[in-house]
Design a binder for this molecule. Structure first.
Ligand code: V47
Length: 346
């Protein structure tokens, strides 16, 4: 088949190829760019609150009937967690929150600024495009204004969350009312035009079709052609517990690996494909490194979103354990910073 024919009808046929044929194609692209390195970082996830004004059916993290434990961290708690993670070596804080209607606008920027003042060499990856859109709706501020406030208060890059699946017929069913595809892409495009980097995710393995996935990947590719600001693409495998999405059929391991490989093949302009171990499990995330992925995310320390949905990631993973697992899988573990500069290989 001709992978230069970018029609969805054509590209969806990639799923019909033999897994190993697809894997070979993806692996050779990955080897050309990254040889046999697997990137990871030492990071700390901080989720200040799970109280959410939006209702995404796939989400088990927000405080709703299936998870009735609403919380709001105080600034002191956030600083305390950040300080202990920093002292253990974390150099990235990945801060995302539910869309909490109780926080004043300045709350977010005060936290970022305080963290940046206290830990000058920390990289703050914060605020999904869905959160930016929430602030826009809640406080009637323009995207430009909010993104500028993020930059001014010390946010270095944006995480890829909130993208889910771009097709409106799927969004309608899984996350009605949240940022739409056009605005998700617009927010990242403005951020990129400010000279900043971000990631892009795709939540797959629920009610979406293979065509929806291809469409989603192509939308990322189109924006990347224009803005060149995406560092990594992250296919997030849907976790099925404690939520309101009624999913009957889940993808097999083969289909998951094909989705990773297809992401690598169809995104020649995005440098990194992250097999996020929290959703895939460490073993499949390691196998994914032979199917196009070159990154596994980091130590995380505390993981609230995917573990609420059933993933075995609540306590993160120890750095030495991650290094030895990557080595055992036959790759070179490379500690990176948040912008993919290499710090140390093992
Ligand atoms: O957007 C919510 C997803 C995302 C479930 O940029 C679920 O480096 C699976 O975006 N099953 C937030 N996924 C997490 C995220 C992320 C994670 C790691 C690294 C980066 C990065 C970004 O979590 C949400 C949503 O798509 N999510 N519920 C669930 N049941």
């Amino acid at each position: 088949m001709d992978i230069n024919d970018l029609s969805i009808d054509n590209l969806v046929k990639l799923y019909d190829l033999d897994l190993f044929e697809l894997g070979d194609m993806a692996h050779s692209i990955r080897e050309d760019i990254h040889s046999n390195k697997v990137y990871f970082n030492v990071n700390r996830h901080i989720n200040p609150s799970n109280i959410c004004a939006d209702i995404c059916k796939f989400c088990a993290f927000s405080s709703h009937r299936k998870n009735p434990n609403p919380y709001e961290m105080t600034k002191e708690e956030i600083l305390g967690d950040a300080a202990s993670a920093y002292n253990r070596g974390a150099r990235e804080f990945h801060i995302v929150s539910a869309h909490n209607p109780n926080y004043p606008y300045a709350w977010y920027f005060d936290i970022f600024k305080t963290l940046k003042d206290k830990f000058s060499d920390i990289h703050i990856k914060a605020m999904t495009a869905a959160e930016v859109d929430f602030l826009h709706r809640r406080f009637n501020k323009s995207y430009e204004n909010i993104l500028q406030d993020m930059q001014d208060s010390g946010v270095d890059s944006m995480p890829g969350g909130g993208a889910e699946i771009f097709a409106s017929e799927v969004r309608e069913k899984i996350c009605k009312g949240k940022v739409d595809a056009q605005n998700w892409l617009k927010i990242h495009s403005i951020w990129h035009s400010m000279g900043k980097k971000s990631n892009a995710t795709m939540l797959f393995g629920h009610i979406e079709s293979k065509e929806h996935r291809i469409h989603h990947i192509l939308e990322i590719r189109k924006l990347q052609d224009k803005s060149d600001g995406f560092n990594a693409f992250i296919p997030l495998l849907y976790q099925r517990q404690n939520n309101f999405l009624n999913v009957k059929k889940f993808p097999s391991g083969i289909e998951i690996l094909k989705t990773i490989a297809i992401s690598r093949i169809l995104l020649p302009n995005v440098p990194n494909i992250k097999a996020y171990w929290a959703t895939l499990g460490l073993n499949l995330a390691l196998v994914s490194q032979e199917f196009g992925a070159n990154d596994i995310d980091g130590t995380i320390e505390i993981e609230n979103i995917q573990s609420a949905g059933g993933a075995n990631s609540k306590r993160g993973i120890n750095k030495d354990e991650l290094i030895s697992q990557i080595k055992d899988a036959g790759f070179i573990p490379v500690l990176r910073d948040s912008l993919y500069n290499e710090i140390e290989s093992y």
